[in-house]
Structure formats: C-alpha cells, structure tokens
Design a protein around this ligand. Structure first.
Ligand code: COA
Ligand code: MG
Length: 294
C-alpha cells in the first residue's frame, strides 16, 4: 500500500472559468480540484471538459496534486468526463454522489481501460469518491474499502441534506452523524476523510471553527472554494507548534517511564499510558508529513 499524501486543502476551481484556473496557478493548496460537476451548469459541461483538459498540464506543473471532480454515474456524463481528464497529469479523480461500493468498482474498471489505452500503469489513478447521500452513508465502510485506488473520501454536506430533505443549519447538528460515520469508516479503511467546503468565503473565523470541528472528528483535510480559505485550512489541519511540543514531552515522559519498567506515568497531572503515547506519536507523524517538525 502506498502512503497517503498530505491533502489538507483541496481547492475547487469551476471548470468553465479559465480566469480562475489561471489564478489557481499562483496559489498553493495541497490539491487543485478543477470541477466538472456542480459548479458547472449543464449547458457548459462540454465546454468545461475541454477547458479543464487543456489546463491539466499547467496545473500539474504548478506543484499541487491535480484531482479533477467529475459528474456522477447516473448523469450519463461520467464516461466522457473520465476520457477527458485521464492522463499523466492527474493524481486522481474525484467523483460526485457515489452511492455504493459497486459504483466505485465500476469506475475503477473504466479507469483501468483508459489507463491501458493511455499507456499508463494500471491502478495509478487514484479515486476520491463523494459520500453525500443517505445510501452512501449506510455503505460508507465498504465504499471506503472498495478499491486500492481510493485514497480518500469527501463529505458533501449540501447534497447530503438535500438528499435527506432536511435543512442545513448554522449549528451543524444535522451533519454530526454523517461526518462521524465518514471519519470512522475512512479510518477503518485506511483512507483520508476530507470535509465538505465552508460556503461563507468571507467568514474566516467561521471557517476556522468549522475546520477545527472536522479535524476533531478525524478529518484530515477540507475542500476550499475560494483562495482566501487555503491558508486557514492548511493551518487547521497541521499540528501546531504547541501540539508538537506537547506530543514530544508525552513521548519523552513515556520513554523515561519505560526505562524504569513502567507502562504508564504522568505529566502535568495527566495519565500517560499506551493510547496517549500512540496518539502523540501519530500527531508527530502528521507533523513530519506537513513539515511542522522542521
Ligand atoms: N479558484 C481560483 N480562483 C478563484 C476562486 C477559485 N475557487 N474563487 C475566486 N477566485 C479568484 C477570482 O476570480 C478573483 O480573481 P481576480 O482577483 O483575478 O478577479 C479572486 O479570486 C477574488 O475573488 P472574489 O472576488 O473574492 O470572489 P468571486 O466573487 O470572484 O468568486 C465565488 C466567489 C464563490 C463565486 C468563487 O469563489 C467560486 O466560484 N468558487 C468555487 C465554487 C465551487 O467550486 N463550488 C463547487 C463546490 S461545492
Ligand atoms: Mg455535492
């Protein structure tokens, strides 16, 4: 199994907006997500396909991973979308409104065909399915574990609440359950949980709070819809210097206790035992990956 990439911030760019694609080249999210799905109106779908295909080489050359988002299987657009984006310039494909593990398997088979035709190694194109319907929540673990191509799964709160026929509220109570299901299913399958975009793109404090909630549940990154969201998301999903320092103290205290033949100890009046030290070690691994320990 390949190690998971760092995917803290994934910037959506509407696929029919060359001006925004150009702008994206000067930004540094962990991934670009040129979108062919819901930010592109139906009458623009074909145009967007051509625009995105022509921008893939420049996007890939800019540094961030490129993960176009394409339309769901039931739209009849997916085959042409896939054919337009599959190639050496993309890291993976994100697919909207995935309903089940079987859908992932079907798309994975289509990718294998396209990879063969393009002379690419079969299996190299990764998948980021969107879990944003009641059915997908019910099938979440199988969906996350359905293919080695799946590197992460995305939670879409707007489509989820639409599918449920419920209101989207300011306190987010209605999305705690699906978010929790996705975080746990993703972890169990060893893939990244990636959180729904925050639509208030002129509300940095709201974004920070929303991203922190997602992180606290186990999400490892979040989609951005506007350039101003990238830094806040990267910061929220990177361990802070204080967290890194505390984790190092925890590991050191535990090591010292181990030298004395003890399996637990205390630090600042808190018990340090195996799960606590493992959590600290995991935080240090993430910090290492995001450059926080340099
Ligand atoms: N990617 C790249 N550039 C973007 C961008 C994005 N997602 N969103 C905005 N920009 C650019 C704008 O083009 C503008 O560039 P300019 O200064 O060269 O004119 C600059 O950033 C500032 O944008 P701003 O004026 O603050 O916002 P806007 O009114 O142009 O756009 C939105 C606001 C929400 C319409 C726009 O951010 C957007 O379309 N986001 C993507 C939405 C999306 O993908 N939704 C689907 C996922 S749910
Ligand atoms: Mg959606």
């Amino acid at each position: 199994m390949t190690t998971a990439p760092v995917l803290r911030s994934l910037l959506f760019v509407p696929g029919n907006q060359p001006r925004m694609l150009e702008k994206a080249l000067g930004l540094a999210p962990d991934a670009y997500v040129p979108d062919l799905e819901d930010s592109v109106p139906l009458e623009e779908k074909e145009n967007a396909r051509g625009v995105v295909a022509s921008w893939l080489p420049s996007l890939a050359g800019a540094g961030p991973l490129v993960i176009p988002r394409i339309n769901s299987l039931d739209t009849g657009l997916l085959e042409d979308d896939l054919a337009a984006v599959v190639g050496a310039h993309i890291f993976g494909v994100s697919v909207g409104k995935i309903q089940s593990a079987q859908e992932v398997e079907r798309i994975a088979a289509m990718l294998s065909d396209l990879e063969r035709k393009a002379g690419l190694d079969v299996g190299r194109i990764r998948l980021v399915p969107w879990i944003e319907t009641a059915m997908a929540i019910v099938d979440a673990y199988r969906l996350c574990a359905s293919s080695p191509r799946v590197v992460g799964v995305a939670f879409g709160a707007e489509d989820f609440t639409r599918d449920m026929g419920i209101e989207r509220t300011a306190n987010d109570a209605e999305i705690l359950y699906p978010r929790s299901v996705i975080a746990v299913a993703a972890r169990a399958a060893g893939v990244l949980a990636l959180d729904t975009p925050f639509f208030g793109f002129r509300d940095p404090d709201g974004l920070r709070q929303d991203a922190a909630t997602a992180r606290s549940l186990g999400f490892r990154g979040k989609f951005a819809i506007h350039p101003a969201q990238i830094d806040i998301i990267n910061e929220t999903f990177s361990p802070s210097p204080a967290e890194i320092e505390q984790a190092r103290r925890v590991v050191a205290a535990f090591e010292a206790a181990k030298q004395q033949g003890r399996g637990s100890t205390s630090l600042d009046g808190q018990v340090i035992d195996v799960p606590v030290v493992r959590r600290a070690q995991r935080l240090l691994e993430v910090a290492e990956q995001t450059g926080g320990t340099e």
